[in-house]
Design a binder for this molecule. Structure first.
Ligand code: GLC
Length: 556
C-alpha cells in the first residue's frame, strides 16, 4: 500500500501536521476512534504462539481500512509477564516476547505513515517486584532506592488497607522486617510518589516515549498513584464486591487509598510534560468512581484529556437506561471535556456476551457507541463479535483466578462477572485456517475461540451484513459527519423502548433513533431530509424502525 519514500521523516511530519487540527479548532483526539490492541493476542509474526510488534505492524492496513485512527497498545515493555506486561521490569526496553526497540520505532513510524496515532500503556503506579529498583529497594533499609517504594517497618501490618484485588495490600519482606504496599497484586509493588526522585524519573519515562513520537498514553490504575501520607485506616463499609463506579469493597471504603488529591495533582504535572510538545498529546486515565468524581482528573490543558467511563459496561439493554447514561456522561463532560465510550477491554467480559451473544443487539449498541459525542474505544475483536471464551480456572494463566484458587468459581457466580481475564484475551480471529490464522504455532498462548471458522476477519469481510462491515460503515459515517463526535445534545428522550437524540453542530441538526425493541416500532421523522439505517442495510420504510434498528436523519 505504501510505496517507498525517499524522505519518510518529512512525509510523516506532513501527514501529522495535516491531521493535527481538524474541523477548525479541534485537536485530533476529539474526533478520533481508538482501537485497543492486546499485543500478546493480536498477531504472531514469528510462530512462537505469542503475538508481537511485527505482527501489529503487519495488520495496520486492516485497522486503517476499518477506519481506525488511533491505536492503544497494552504494555509490551520488559516484564516477567506475571500480569502479562502490567508488571514492568524496565520501562524503557521492550520485552523479547514482543520484539525489539527497533520494532517499536518501526511501529510508531508505520502508524504515523498511515496518518494514524499511537498511545502506549504507561503503568506508572507500580513496577514488577523483579524491577532492579525494587530488588535494590528491598535489599536494605539504607539502599538509595529504599524510598522509591512504600515501606513500613514492624511485625504487624501497618494499617487495614485492602488491595484492589482483595485482602491486605501490605506484603511482608523478612529481609528488612518490613511491609511494602501493593495496590494490585503482591508482585506489583507501588512506587512512592512522595519521593521527588521517583516522580521525576517516571515523568522522564513519559518524556522518553513522547520523544520517540508517541501521541499519548493510556494510564494504568491512575486512581492509585498516591495513598494517604499519614497511613490512616480506611473506614469500614458493608460493600463486599467493588465495581467500576464504586470501588469501595471487601468491607472497606477506599477513603485513603484511591482518588487522592495527590493523584489529581499528578495528572497536572504529567500534563505539563505533555504540553511541552507542539503536537497535542492525549492521555486517558484508568480511574474508577462516579463520573462527577473522576472528572476531576481531567482538564483540557491542565489534567488528563479524558478518563475511562465504565458504566456503559453494565448498562442494561433498555432505551431509558442508555438515555440516562448518555445524559449523565454528557452533562458531566461538557466542552472542552468529552466522554469516553467503552464496551469492554482486556480485563472485562466481552460485550457481546453481556448481550447473550446476540449480533442484532450488539449492532444496536455499536451504532449507539459510534454516534455519541466523545471518544469511542474498541477492544480488538469486538468489531467481529468475538465472544467471551470459557476457560476453566484450573488451566487459567491470569494471576487473578490464581490468587483466589477454589474461591474463584464461587466469586464469579456471586458477582456475575468473569474472574478469569484469559476469557476475554483469546487470540484475534483472522481467518478460518487453524488457530484462526493468529499463529502458525500449534499451541497459541491461549486457546482460540471455537467459533473462529465463522467469526473472523476474512469471512466477515465478504459478508455485507456482518458486524465487521457494520463497524466499517459506522466509523466511516462518524468521520464524514463530525457532528457525531462534536455535536451538542439539543434534546434526548425515550418512549416505548425507542431512544431519540437530537444533536446540533455549527448550525446543522441530526436526529438519531435507536429501537431497543425486538419488534418494529412506529416513529415520526421530519417530513423533509434523508434517513439512513445504521444497523440494517436495505431501503427502509420511512416511519418504521425494524427490531433493534438504529437510524439517523439528516437535513437535505
Ligand atoms: C489495570 C490493568 C490490568 C492490570 C492492573 C494492574 O487494571 O488494566 O490488566 O492487571 O491494572 O496493572
Amino acid at each position: 500500500m505504501w510505496k517507498k519514500c525517499k524522505k519518510p521523516g518529512l512525509l510523516i511530519a506532513v501527514i501529522i501536521l495535516a491531521t493535527t487540527w481538524v474541523h477548525g479548532q479541534e485537536p485530533w483526539y476529539k474526533t478520533t476512534t481508538v482501537y485497543q490492541i492486546y499485543p500478546r493476542s493480536f498477531y504472531d509474526s514469528n510462530g512462537d504462539g505469542i503475538g508481537d510488534i511485527k505482527g501489529i505492524i503487519s495488520k495496520l492496513d486492516y485497522l486503517k481500512d476499518l477506519g481506525i485512527e488511533t491505536i492503544w497498545v497494552s504494555p509490551f515493555f520488559s516484564s516477567p509477564q506475571a500480569d502479562f506486561g502490567y508488571d514492568i521490569s524496565n520501562f524503557k526496553a521492550i520485552s523479547a516476547d514482543y520484539g525489539t526497540m527497533e520494532d517499536c520505532q518501526e511501529l510508531i513510524q508505520e502508524v504515523h505513515r498511515r496518518g494514524m496515532r499511537i498511545l502506549l500503556d504507561l503503568v506508572m503506579n507500580h513496577t514488577s517486584d523483579q524491577h532492579p529498583w525494587f530488588i535494590e529497594s528491598a535489599s536494605s533499609e539504607n539502599n538509595p532506592k529504599r524510598n522509591w517504594y512504600i515501606w513500613k517497618k514492624g511485625k504487624m501490618k501497618p494499617n487495614n488497607w485492602k488491595s484492589m484485588t482483595g485482602g491486605s495490600g501490605w506484603n511482608y519482606s523478612p529481609k528488612t522486617e518490613s511491609w511494602y504496599w501493593a495496590s494490585f497484586l503482591p508482585f506489583q509493588p507501588d512506587l512512592n510518589y512522595y519521593n521527588p526522585e521517583t516522580k521525576s524519573e517516571m515523568l522522564q519515562t513519559a518524556r522518553f516515549w513522547l520523544e520517540k513520537g508517541v501521541d499519548g498514553f493510556r494510564l494504568d490504575i491512575f486512581n492509585c498513584i498516591y495513598e494517604d501520607s499519614l497511613f490512616r485506616n480506611n473506614p469500614g463499609s458493608l460493600k463486599m464486591v467493588p465495581s467500576e463506579e464504586n470501588t469501595n469493597g471487601f468491607f472497606q471504603k477506599n477513603l485513603y487509598t484511591q482518588n487522592q488529591t495527590g493523584s489529581i495533582q499528578f495528572a497536572r504535572e504529567l500534563r505539563q510534560v505533555m504540553n511541552s510538545y507542539t503536537e497535542p498529546k492525549y492521555a486517558v486515565g484508568e480511574v474508577f468512581g462516579k463520573a462527577n468524581l473522576i472528572k476531576q482528573f481531567c482538564g483540557n490543558d491542565s489534567g488528563l484529556t479524558s478518563v475511562f467511563l465504565f458504566k456503559s459496561l453494565h448498562t442494561p439493554f433498555k432505551a431509558s437506561k442508555w438515555g440516562k447514561l448518555i445524559q449523565e456522561l454528557d452533562s458531566n463532560f461538557q466542552n472542552p471535556l468529552f466522554p469516553t465510550w467503552v464496551l469492554s477491554n482486556h480485563d472485562k467480559k466481552r460485550f457481546i456476551s453481556r448481550m447473550g451473544n446476540r449480533i442484532d443487539k450488539m449492532k444496536l449498541i455499536a451504532s449507539l457507541q459510534l454516534t455519541q459525542r466523545g471518544i469511542p474505544f474498541l477492544y480488538y475483536g469486538e468489531e467481529l463479535g468475538m465472544k467471551q471464551a470459557q476457560i476453566p480456572f484450573k488451566s487459567s494463566l491470569d494471576p487473578i483466578p490464581k490468587k483466589y484458587g477454589r474461591l474463584a468459581n464461587t466469586l464469579a457466580k456471586w458477582s456475575g462477572e468473569s474472574m478469569n481475564r484469559d476469557e476475554c484475551r483469546t487470540p484475534m480471529q483472522w481467518d478460518s485456517s487453524p488457530n484462526a490464522g493468529f499463529t502458525t504455532n500449534k499451541s497459541p498462548w491461549l486457546p482460540v475461540n471455537g467459533d473462529y471458522q465463522t467469526i473472523n476477519v476474512e469471512s466477515e469481510t465478504l459478508d455485507q451484513f456482518s458486524l465487521l462491515n457494520q463497524y466499517r460503515s459506522l466509523i466511516r459515517l462518524r468521520k464524514e459527519n463530525p457532528i457525531l463526535a462534536l455535536g451538542q445534545i439539543q434534546e434526548i428522550k425515550w418512549k416505548r423502548k425507542v431512544l431519540q437524540i437530537t444533536r446540533n453542530w455549527k448550525g446543522k441538526t441530526i436526529i438519531l433513533l435507536y429501537n431497543f425493541r425486538g419488534k418494529a416500532s412506529k416513529v415520526k421523522w421530519p417530513e423533509t431530509g434523508k434517513i439512513y439505517s445504521l444497523t440494517h442495510h436495505f431501503q427502509k420504510e420511512r416511519n418504521l424502525l425494524r427490531p433493534y434498528e438504529a437510524a439517523i436523519w439528516k437535513e437535505d
